[in-house]
Each structure stands twice: as structure tokens, then as C-alpha cells.
Ligand binder design. Structure first.
Ligand SMILES: Cc1cc2nc3c(=O)[nH]c(=O)nc-3n(C[C@H](O)[C@H](O)[C@H](O)COP(=O)(O)OP(=O)(O)OC[C@H]3O[C@@H](n4cnc5c(N)ncnc54)[C@H](O)[C@@H]3O)c2cc1C
Length: 286
């Protein structure tokens, strides 16, 4: 059963920000696909929420030249319905495709997925590979933070209690690039990720010009495997370099045992999936 809670329903962003201002114990509620199970399961102690359901100005997908911006209330279904995301962020599209089931995809928002801070949040590895930035807004103004610097620890981020994440944006990947995501889970739909890997490889004249590797569910937060990325940039990739990079990515993991998988299995799959995706990506661009 749901515990009793207060819910305000602002109809504009300004009113939503006002409702959060100066109240440390009030939280935004978007699609509620995390919050309602957490309230039912007594993992959520907050009892005062600001619904974003009526804040329609946060639900959009915009393009300005090479820059793509998603309003925080954009849902997984919106991402799949948009004609351009498949090319503007192929890994994000792939993450949305395998996200939950249809019912959850129509409610779950990008803002909620990023802000829940779960290491298994599927859109986050994909967004990290396109160097996404998030805009955080409050009554006193707004700031832009690289997604790579957003998370501090397990379910902890730099978001203040009076702030809303209002948008996520990134530049479309370069011409000759491959951007892939793979979710390993106990089954294909409606399952929490055991190991999630996203990669972006760009190449010019047979040389890797940009490498991004991000992993989910194998550490307290989703993270970029920066040591592995550094091994690839500026090189013509081959099996040995890719293997070395995949090993470096696995070395950066700090997984736990849980009911879905052992830490050891997560480590092994972080290595093998990174190697597989890098191999596939390099084939596409070389
Ligand atoms: C059956 C089921 C299947 C699922 N499958 C997946 C899956 O495959 N992959 C996956 O990654 N997740 C999955 N989830 C988890 C969940 O659906 C996602 O994390 C979803 O994106 C959360 O978005 P929401 O809009 O529902 O967030 P909410 O539940 O409304 O909020 C989540 C958190 O984010 C905060 N928040 C929300 N929006 C904002 C904002 N704009 N600014 C600041 N804070 C904000 C809230 O205060 C809360 O702390 C699943 C959940 C269920 C119930």
C-alpha cells in the first residue's frame, strides 16, 4: 500500500521551481516509475512531492544545428517515436528500445532516469558516450554540468534539493562514428541491467579520433572508463589494443554480488562486452 503523501501539481516550470525553493524535504515526481515502487517498498521516506506532469514545457526534443536537447520530461516512448534520435544518439535509442516494457516506457522520463542515480539507469551510459550535459535550474538561476561530473556516489549527485534537472543535451556524433549500447540482463524486457556497456568510436583515415566507453551496474555509479579510452585515442585499433582497453575498463569496475549476478560475473561480462562492442564499433568505422 502507498503511504499518504502531499502532492502539488504546478502547471509551469516557474511554479515547479517555486514549489521546491527553500524546502529541503520536497522532491520532484516525474513518471513515478521509480518513486511509486520505492514508496510502496518503504525505500522512499519523502512525503511531499512536486509533480512535473503538468509542466509541459519540459517535454520536447529540439535540434539547433548539431546540438540536440531533450526536456527532462521526455519519455522513453518519445525518444523511440522521434525520427532523429536513432542517428543523433544511436546508443540512447538502443537503451530506450530495451527499456522496461511499453507501459513503463510511456511514463519513464529521461530526467527521472538520470536523477534516480541508479548504477543500472540504462540511458546514462549511452548519454556519457556522447559527452552529454545536464541543465539544473532553480529559482535563483541555472547551471550546466557535464553528466560525467554529475554523480558523486551511489544515488548521490550534485543536484541540490531546490533544483530541477530541466534538460539533457549533446552534440550529434561525428560523421564517421559508431555508437553502441548493450544491456545484459536476466531477460530481454522488464529486467534490471546486470552489466550495461555503451561505446562511441570515431575514426579518420584509419585512426581512432575519439573513444568513449561507459559502464553501468558494475560500480556505485555509472562511469566512463577513461583509462581504456586513453589507450584507444590516436591509434589504429586491432584485436590486441581492443583487448587491452577492455581489460582496463574492467579494472575500473567495482561491482557487487546481488540477487541478479555475482561481482565476478559482472567483471567478466564488463570485459567481454566492452571488447565485443569496441570490435563491432571499429568494424563500422574503419
Ligand atoms: C517495471 C519497471 C521496469 C523498469 N525498467 C527499467 C529499465 O529497463 N531501465 C532503467 O534504466 N530503468 C528501469 N526502471 C526504472 C525507472 O522506470 C526509470 O529509472 C525511469 O526513467 C525513472 O523515471 P521517472 O520519470 O519515472 O522518475 P520518477 O520515479 O518520477 O523519479 C525518480 C527520481 O528522480 C527524481 N526526479 C525525476 N525527475 C526529476 C527532474 N526533472 N529533476 C530532478 N529530479 C528528478 C525524483 O525526485 C526521484 O528521486 C524500471 C521501473 C519499473 C517499475
Amino acid at each position: 500500500m502507498l503511504p499518504p503523501f502531499d502532492l502539488s501539481q504546478p502547471q509551469s516550470l516557474a511554479d515547479a521551481l517555486q514549489a521546491l525553493a527553500g524546502k529541503g524535504d520536497t522532491r520532484p515526481l516525474a513518471g513515478a516509475t521509480n518513486l511509486v515502487p520505492d514508496l510502496r517498498g518503504k525505500r522512499e521516506t519523502c512525503r511531499d512531492f512536486v509533480s512535473l506532469d503538468g509542466v509541459n514545457e519540459l517535454r520536447y526534443i529540439k535540434r539547433d544545428g548539431d546540438r540536440v536537447t531533450l526536456g527532462a520530461r521526455t519519455t522513453m516512448a518519445d525518444i523511440l517515436d522521434d525520427s532523429g534520435i536513432r542517428t543523433d544518439a544511436p546508443a540512447l535509442y538502443a537503451a530506450a528500445e530495451i527499456f522496461a516494457g511499453r507501459m513503463v516506457r510511456t511514463a519513464a522520463t529521461i530526467g527521472g532516469n538520470v536523477c534516480c542515480g541508479s548504477p543500472s539507469a540504462d540511458t546514462v551510459p549511452a548519454l556519457l558516450t556522447v559527452d552529454a550535459e545536464v541543465t539544473l535550474s532553480s529559482v535563483s538561476g541555472q547551471r550546466t554540468v557535464a553528466l560525467d561530473e554529475f554523480y558523486i556516489d551511489y544515488k548521490k549527485s550534485v543536484l541540490r534539493s531546490d533544483e530541477l534537472l530541466t534538460s539533457v543535451s549533446w552534440n550529434v556524433p561525428p560523421q564517421n562514428s559508431a555508437n553502441l549500447f548493450y544491456k545484459l540482463a536476466r531477460r530481454k524486457g522488464d529486467a534490471i541491467t546486470v552489466t550495461g556497456v555503451a561505446v562511441m568510436i570515431a575514426a579518420e583515415d584509419g585512426v581512432c579520433t575519439r573513444a568513449r566507453i561507459a559502464l553501468g551496474s558494475v560500480a556505485p555509479t555509472v562511469f566512463r572508463a577513461s583509462a581504456a579510452e586513453d589507450l584507444l585515442a590516436g591509434k589504429a585499433l586491432d584485436e590486441a589494443i581492443i583487448e587491452q582497453a577492455a581489460r582496463a575498463a574492467a579494472d575500473q569496475c567495482a561491482p557487487i554480488d546481488d540477487i541478479r549476478a555475482s561481482a565476478d560475473y559482472r567483471l567478466q561480462t564488463a570485459f567481454s562486452l566492452t571488447r565485443r562492442l569496441l570490435t563491432q564499433a571499429w568494424k563500422q568505422v574503419s
